[in-house]
Design a binder for this molecule. Structure first.
Ligand code: ADP
Length: 344
C-alpha cells in the first residue's frame, strides 16, 4: 500500500516536473527557430534580390547592413544548428526525467513517511484498545452465558452475578473514558484553554480528589508548594497530578507517606511526586509511559486496578504544556516522578 502510493506520488511529481520542463524546452526551441526562420527569409530575399556590385558602397553613409549576403552553406549551417538545439533540449529533458524520477521517488518517500507512521500508530492503538476492551467483554459474556444455562439459578445468586457484571461494566466504562482522554490529548492541535494560575491551587485540587483513597490505606500526603504561577490548562494539569498521586497511593503499602514538592529553577518549575511504595524495576522504567504498559504484570495487574494508560495520558498533558516528565525509581524503595513545566 505504502509502496504503490509512493509510486503514484512519484508519477505525479514526474508529470508536473516534465510538464514544466517540456513547456520550457518548447518555448526555447520555438523562440530559436523563429529567429532562424527570420534569418533564412532575409537570406532568401538577398539571394533573389542580390546587391549590385559595389552596392554596399551605394548605401547611404553610416547605414549598417546587419544581413550581408550569404551562401547556401550558411542556410545548411542554420538547419544544422536547429537540429543541434533540438538534440540538446531532448538530451536535457531525458536527464531531467531521470533525475526527477530519482528525486521524486525519494521525496515521495519523505512526504509519505510521517503519514505512514501516523497510520501505523493509529492501527496499533486500535488493536491495543480492542484487545483491552475484549477482555472484560469476554468475561461479561461468559458469566452471562454460564448463568443462563444454570437451572438452579435463584434470586440470591442473581444478585451476586449482577454485582460481578456491574464491576465488569464499570471497568469497561473506566477504560473507555481513559481511551477518550488519551485520544483527546494525543491531538497536537488540542484546544487547551491556557490561563495563568497558582500552581499550589491545582495541586491542592488534585489532592482533594485522591484524599479518600489515601485515607483508606492510611497514607499521608504532605505538600511543599511555594508560590509559583504557571500558564497552562488548569483542568488537564489537575488531571496530571491526580494520575501521579493516584499511582503513588495505588503502588504504596498502607501507612506510608506521599510528598509533593515544588522547586523553581530559572524559567522553569519542577514538581516532585514522591512515594515510598513498591518502586519500578530498572527494566520497566523505559516503558512505563507507553500506552497499556504495566510493569511486572503478575505483580500489579491482578492486585491493582488499571489499564496502563494513566502515565501515557500524563505524558501527553505535559508535552502539550511544553514540559517534560521523568521518573527515578528503585524496586522496593519507592518512586519520584518529576514534572518540569515552564513558568508563567
Ligand atoms: P496503571 O496504573 O493504570 O497500570 P499507569 O500508566 O498509570 O497505568 O502506570 C503504568 C505502570 O507504571 C503501572 O502499571 C505500574 O506498574 C507503574 N507505576 C506507575 N506509577 C508507579 C508508582 N508510583 N510506583 C510504582 N509503580 C508505578
Amino acid at each position: 500500500m505504502f509502496h504503490s502510493t509512493r509510486l503514484k506520488l512519484t508519477a505525479w511529481y514526474l508529470l508536473i516536473i516534465m510538464a514544466i520542463s517540456v513547456s520550457f524546452s518548447a518555448f526555447i526551441y520555438f523562440g530559436a527557430t523563429r529567429e532562424y526562420d527570420r534569418f533564412l527569409r532575409i537570406e532568401q530575399y538577398r539571394i533573389l534580390h542580390p546587391t549590385p556590385p559595389g552596392g554596399a558602397t551605394q548605401r547611404p553613409f553610416g547605414e549598417f547592413d546587419p544581413f550581408p549576403p550569404s551562401s547556401q552553406a550558411d542556410v545548411e549551417l542554420i538547419d544544422w544548428a536547429r537540429l543541434r538545439v533540438l538534440e540538446a533540449l531532448f538530451g536535457i529533458n531525458v536527464i531531467i526525467l531521470f533525475l526527477s524520477a530519482l528525486s521524486g521517488y525519494f521525496l515521495a518517500g519523505r512526504t509519505l513517511r510521517p503519514i505512514k507512521n501516523m497510520l501505523d500508530e493509529q492501527n496499533r492503538f486500535i488493536t491495543d484498545a480492542s484487545h483491552e476492551l475484549n477482555t472484560p467483554l469476554t468475561s461479561l459474556k461468559t458469566s452471562i452465558e454460564v448463568n443462563l444455562r444454570d437451572t438452579n439459578f435463584n434470586t440470591g445468586k442473581a444478585k451476586e452475578v449482577l454485582e460481578s457484571n456491574l464491576e465488569d461494566v464499570n471497568n469497561l466504562q473506566f477504560l473507555s473514558a481513559e481511551l477518550i482522554k488519551l485520544t483527546q490529548y494525543q491531538d497536537q492541535n488540542n484546544n487547551l484553554q491556557f490561563e495563568k494560575f497558582h500552581l499550589a491551587d491545582v495541586i491542592q485540587e488534585a489532592v482533594e480528589k485522591v484524599k479518600s483513597q489515601a485515607k483508606k490505606k492510611n497514607i499521608s500526603i504532605s505538600l511543599d508548594t511555594p508560590k509559583v504561577y504557571l500558564t497552562g490548562e488548569k483542568r488537564s494539569l489537575t488531571e496530571l497530578f491526580i494520575i501521579l498521586l493516584d499511582n503513588a497511593i495505588k503502588y504504596s503499602p498502607n501507612k506510608t507517606a506521599v510528598t509533593v514538592a515544588v522547586k523553581k529553577i530559572d524559567s522553569k518549575v519542577q514538581i516532585f511526586v514522591k512515594d515510598n511504595g513498591i518502586g519500578i524495576e530498572k527494566k520497566d522504567i523505559p516503558y512505563i509511559f507507553d500506552r497499556f504498559y504495566r510493569a511486572d504484570k503478575s505483580r500489579t495487574k491482578q492486585k491493582t486496578k488499571g489499564y496502563g494508560l494513566g502515565l501515557s495520558i500524563a505524558k501527553r498533558i505535559v508535552i502539550l504544556h511544553n514540559g517534560n516528565i521523568t521518573v527515578e525509581s528503585k524496586a522496593g524503595t519507592g518512586s519520584v516522578f518529576v514534572v518540569t513545566l515552564p513558568k508563567a
